[in-house]
Design a binder for this molecule. Structure first.
Ligand SMILES: *Cc1c(COP(=O)(O)O)cnc(C)c1O
Length: 439
């Protein structure tokens, strides 16, 4: 809903982490991403505490794609979190920040040969393999480097989570993983067990994102566990690890009721106790939360620069950011809540559409949202933007990406500087062709 440290001060001014948003907007400019330390750390602790209750203590791996920079990697490492990366770039960011390689899990449905070699050389804890082609590529690279690749196989369990189709991943026709139903998973396990430089450590399945139910997580675990039992009977192989992915939803809107982590984890514990044969070790459960760690910790600050009413009675507030810093409304109709700083809970309200500054009709952050009557110059605060905002940001229209500031106990820390115009042209090569070559 909003960061845990959200408070309203005199003049209805919003503070987070003991710092007023008006001060941050003044100091760093807008648009601005603000993250609350307390909220992030509490969510990390929730996962740790819950997973420690399992009969075989589990481990949480934060999904870096939700939000990653070096300072975030540092925070996660300090708190002994694991980290999911999906590219050489995310891996580089984590390693440069000094993140412990053992707690890194390398993901993605397309990993290049170079990325696989990079992950193996860095000695990441696990690689999650997504296809037959990749399995062979991992074997070849591990053989070349003279090492053993610790591998989990990503299974498509055929569980349809009720979420937007773009962020659903567990159904049989997904582009991710090895299908259980079509026998591809069987072939993958068979092959992995035969490969000399692949050490098959376990199974993985991630069924989607922003899931608001508890059952799919438990069903997912049961599917993986029963699949492990099949393999134990047929070939004597047994998973050390069952990675059940991420996807815990958060409360973007008052009607959203997120699943309870403790409920899910205790149901999983029951499963583990009932289904694991006496003579075998209980598999370790890994979870990969992204959104549920970071989304609510973040808000974005925008300056209202234009008010405009158009024929048909539509009222626009236009702000100095938009789809370049938050693509989610345009990408999958994501809905956000917002406030006007200094006007929270005021009686005079209006229904407006908040438009961005980018040259697309679809650049709308919020459609027909009821807000206190805003004036040009007001600060618009959009909630729950910690996940999949900065990480999906672009330089569309050559607009520099905003800064990211962390707040904690009255202090502010610049985590990522605002991009400059120089940054925008840093990789440009204006002299690629000589004047003569233009003729
Ligand atoms: C995206 C993703 C996650 C994190 O999902 P959230 O919904 O942000 O928790 C975890 N694991 C995998 C494999 C993913 O693709």
């Amino acid at each position: 809903m909003k960061p845990d440290t959200f408070t309203l001060g005199q003049n209805r001014q919003i503070s987070i982490g003991g710092v007023t948003l008006a001060y941050l907007a003044e100091k760093y400019g807008t648009p601005l991403y603000v993250l609350d330390y307390e909220t992030i750390v509490r969510r990390i602790r929730d996962y740790k505490d819950a997973l420690n209750e399992l009969c075989s203590p589990g481990q949480a791996f934060y999904a870096g794609k939700a939000f990653l920079c070096q300072a975030m990697a540092g925070l996660l490492d300090q708190h002994q979190m694991g980290l999911d990366v999906v590219s050489g770039g995310e891996l580089y960011t984590a390693l440069q920040a000094g993140f412990t390689p053992e707690r890194i899990m390398f993901h993605g449905n397309v990993k290049t040969r170079e990325e696989i070699a990079y992950a193996l050389t860095a000695q990441v804890g696990h690689i999650v393999c997504d296809s037959m082609d990749e399995l062979e590529r991992i074997e070849e690279e591990a053989a070349r480097l003279g090492c053993l690749a610790p591998v989990l196989l990503r299974i498509t369990p055929g569980i349809e989570a009720h979420t937007h189709e773009f962020i659903r991943t567990g159904q049989f026709d997904s582009k991710f993983g090895f299908g259980l139903a079509d026998g591809l998973a069987d072939r993958a396990v068979e092959r992995a067990l035969d490969l000399e430089h692949v050490m098959l450590k376990g199974l993985h399945a991630h069924i989607g994102s922003q899931i608001l139910e508890e059952d799919p997580f438990v069903m997912n675990t049961e599917t993986l566990l029963r699949y492990g039992l099949d393999w134990n009977r047929s070939r004597g192989w047994w998973p050390e690890v069952l990675n059940i992915g991420g996807g815990f939803g958060i409360r973007y809107q008052p009607g959203d009721h997120p699943p309870r982590l403790t409920t899910v984890v205790s149901a999983i514990n029951e499963l583990l106790l009932h289904l694991t044969p006496k003579e075998l070790p209980v598999p370790r459960i890994f979870m990969e939360p992204g959104r549920s760690i970071i989304a609510e910790a973040g808000v974005t600050l925008y300056r209202v620069l234009v008010k405009k009413s158009v024929p048909g009675g539509k009222h626009y507030l236009a702000v100095d950011g938009g789809m370049g810093d938050n693509i989610r409304p345009a990408l999958y109709q994501a809905e956000y809540r917002a406030a006007i700083d200094g006007k929270v809970d005021r009686a005079d309200m209006e229904t407006v559409t908040v438009a961005g500054r980018y040259c697309e009709t679809g650049d709308v952050l919020m459609k027909d949202i009821t807000l206190p009557v805003a004036a040009v110059g007001d600060l618009l605060v959009v909630f729950d933007t910690g996940a999949y905002n900065y990480s999906m940001a672009s330089n569309y229209n050559r607009v520099p990406r905003p800064a990211v500031v962390l707040v904690h106990q009255g202090q502010d820390y610049l985590w990522v500087a605002r991009e400059s115009y120089q940054d925008l042209i840093r990789a440009d090569n204006p002299y690629a062709m000589t004047a003569a070559e233009h003729r």
